[in-house]
Each structure stands twice: as C-alpha cells, then as structure tokens.
Write a protein that binds this ligand. Structure first.
Ligand code: FES
Ligand code: FE2
Length: 418
C-alpha cells in the first residue's frame, strides 16, 4: 500500500462516525479497494458455492476472488478440496473460471499434471534432481457448512467458522442442501462498490418502494420500522407480522426446525446472522403467489409452510432456505466500482424441470429483485462519486444491520492495520 493510501485509510477508519454511512473513498478509491481485497477478502471466510456444484468426484469449480483464482474439487474419497489455480512450474492459470470435470489437472502450458488431490504426478524433462513431492498445488482452506462451501485464502484462517458451523448446521440440515442440484445460476454485474451491495442487502427500508415482487412473500416490517409512524393499514400489517413470527417460531421449533434469531454480525471475525422468517399468505415460498415452486420437498420436510430460513454472512453472502427450494447469493468485488453477484437456485436433486417445477416461476422473484437491487447499488455509487456526497445517518429502526456491517468492516480493517 502506498504511504498516501495508508495515511488516508487510517484517518478515515479513525474518524468513522457510528450510525452514519461510510465516507466516499471507502466506495470509490482503488487504493482502499486493494486493501479490502487483501484484509477482508484475503483473510476471512468467503462463501463461494454449494456442494452440488461439485457433486461427483472429479467435478471442479473455479472461482476468482480479486487476483486469486481457486479450484474447488471433490476427490475420490468424497472430500471437498481447494487449491490455488496457479501452476507450480511457471505459474500459469490452469483452468478458466466456471465449472468443469477433471480426471487430473493438466496445465495447458507445459503439461505438468496434478491429481485431484493436488499432488504433482507428471512433469517431463525436469531431470533427476527434480522432486515432484515439493511441487504439489498450494492448498486453500475450505469448509462446508451444511453444503455451503466457504474458502479462506489466509495462511491461518479464522477458527471461529467452527462456532458458526455449530450454530448453523441444525438450522440448515432439515433443508438437506447436499441432496439438491443447481436449477439455475446467474451472474449479475452491479456498477457499485461491494460494500454498497452488502449494505443494500442488510436493510429492507428500500423494499416497499422498490421490490413489488419480493414484498409479496416477504414482510418488509420483519426488518424493523419506526413505531408510531405507520398509517393504519401498515400498522395492522406490522402487527400481523409480529404475531405470525411468534406463533410460527413456536410451531416450527416444536417441529424440530430451529427458527429464532441468532445474530453475531459485528461481534466476531466470522460474522453471521440467521432467522426463519414467516412468509405471507400461504407461507410456503418466495414466489409470486407464495406457494411452493417445486413439487418435490427438500429433505424430509413435510410441512410446506415453513417460511424462509435466512442466513447472512460477513463479508460476502446471504441465503434463503425454503421448504421447496434454496436461493444463495455470493458477492465478488471486481474493482472499486464494480461487483459480481452470483445467485444459485437449488431444488431437490430428483426434481425434473417442466414436470416438478417451472424455471420461470422458480426464479422470477429473485431475478426481478436482483436487477432492482443492482439499479439501487448503481445510483448509490453515482452518489458516492459526486463531490457533493456527504455520509448521511442510518435509520435506528430499519438500518441496524447496515450499521453492524459497517462496524464489522471498520473493526476488521482497524485490526488489520494496527
Ligand atoms: S506453467 Fe504450468 S506446466 Fe509450465
Ligand atoms: Fe433489495
């Protein structure tokens, strides 16, 4: 980092006012972006995809995180492994981003050949003194939490992912993600900084005016409101939500579905939050009519009206687990003003498209919502680059989780630069 960036970053971190948006350079400065990639995306657990992305031994998925590229595979013992996608000869990138099947990993440059356990199996013309054992692919830490794959690029990954896994596995297990498949996947480029993407995800203040599809199944009031300010109809809605949440949580917990909120967004290195949120009307799924989009239930879930279990992680993901399908979102920063949001829709692995589900019906709420969110992130970025930008206050009622994200980010960056 240049001395100038370091000085600016330290000043900005020190004077950050809790309860207010971050100052503009956090969203616009390429030097700060590089520090984000180093200290946030290079040192924390990053959600990259799901076990069904690499369902069989030999399946591989390559994910790029900033300048790093990681190969995620399933080996012959059914274990998920992750390696840097950098050849140990002269460093060539071996597999392009995306999903593929591999017997071995063969570098296209001089054909050095690695097994799916990362060991170097073949390297021609290297002479007698050459020891292939020292030239295996560099490992990347990987941890599946109930089928959600997290990787960490750090030498010493934060150990508290184990606490998150201990809390989350009972919440996620009933949805049996490992026995699903990806029905649809989308990559959306948002023209904004990754922190704007996350901030936008951490509040539903914007849902009413912007998400006509999402607010059919989802109650915007589930994410807070200022008491005493709602009109009569909204007040009734908010009350209905509060009562529904109480009775649903009790019923679901009795059915063996952990549902109550657990929130550790800003008090730990691997920040996360979960809660099973009631869905309006029929209560089944995040679809336009709130009914299940897929006829084949996940796991052995009998009750269809189990709302949506939401799971949010710092710094880069959120997920919604319903009785019939799962939607997962991963955020990958591309540069200070551009961010990739990768969304996957999962259904039971035996569900047949056109028979058990209609792809349009399955995906329409979140396809529309993602585009609306991308547009909001874009206008936020435009504002952050305007010389008139001044960080404004968060609502204490509806933007508490935005503040927690910002506080977590500031805390982690301060710790890194200390
Ligand atoms: S760089 Fe990979 S084999 Fe030469
Ligand atoms: Fe949104």
């Amino acid at each position: 980092m240049s001395g100038q960036t370091e000085e600016m970053l330290k000043t900005l971190l020190a004077r950050r006012k809790p309860g207010f948006a971050l100052e503009a350079p956090f969203y616009t400065d390429e030097g700060i972006f590089d520090e984000d990639m180093k200290h946030i995306f290079g040192q924390h657990w990053i959600y990259v995809g799901v076990e069904p992305d690499v369902a069989e031994p030999g399946d591989a998925m390559v994910v790029n995180i900033g300048k790093s590229s990681v190969i995620i595979t399933r080996d012959d013992d059914d274990a998920i492994r992750a390696f840097h996608n950098v050849c140990r000869h002269r460093g060539a990138r071996m597999i392009p981003e995306g999903k593929t099947m591999i017997g071995n990993i063969v570098c296209p440059y001089h054909s050095w050949t690695y097994g799916i356990d990362g060991a170097l199996k073949f390297a021609e013309h290297m002479g007698e003194d050459f020891d292939p054992k020292c030239r295996g692919l560099k490992k990347v830490a990987v941890r599946s939490v109930a089928g959600l794959i997290f990787i960490c690029l750090a030498e010493n990954p934060p150990e508290d992912i184990e606490d998150m896994a201990r809390v989350m596995e009972p919440y996620l297990a009933p949805h049996d993600l490992k026995n699903t498949r990806v029905a649809f996947e989308s990559d959306l480029i948002e023209k904004g900084n990754w922190k704007l993407t996350l901030e936008n995800n951490r509040e539903c203040y914007h849902c009413g005016p912007n998400h006509p599809e999402l607010t059919i199944p989802l109650f915007a009031y589930g994410f807070g409101y200022a008491p005493g300010t709602l009109d009569e109809e909204s007040q009734r809605d908010a009350q209905r939500y509060a009562e529904l949440a109480t009775t649903c949580h009790a019923r679901w917990e009795e059915e063996g579905l952990p549902s109550r909120e657990v929130e550790h967004l800003d008090d730990r290195i691997t920040g996360f939050r979960t809660e099973r949120l009631p869905i309006d009307r029929s209560g089944e799924s995040q679809t336009m009519d709130t009914k299940a989009a897929c006829r084949v239930p996940l796991g052995d879930l009998k009750d269809k009206a189990i709302g949506g279990l939401s799971f949010w992680t710092q710094p880069n993901s959120w997920h919604h687990f319903m009785g019939d399908h799962i939607v997962t979102f991963a955020v990958f920063p591309l540069d200070a003003g551009t961010t990739l949001v990768r969304t996957k829709w999962l259904v039971h692995k035996d569900a047949v498209e056109g028979v058990d589900y209609d792809l349009q019906r399955l995906t329409e709420v979140w396809r529309a919502t993602n585009q609306q969110d991308a547009d909001l992130v874009e206008i936020s970025q435009q504002g952050a680059t305007d010389p008139a930008f001044e960080a404004g206050p968060y609502s204490p009622y509806t933007e508490g989780l935005v503040e927690k994200f910002a506080a977590w980010y500031i805390g982690r960056m301060k710790a890194a630069l200390a």
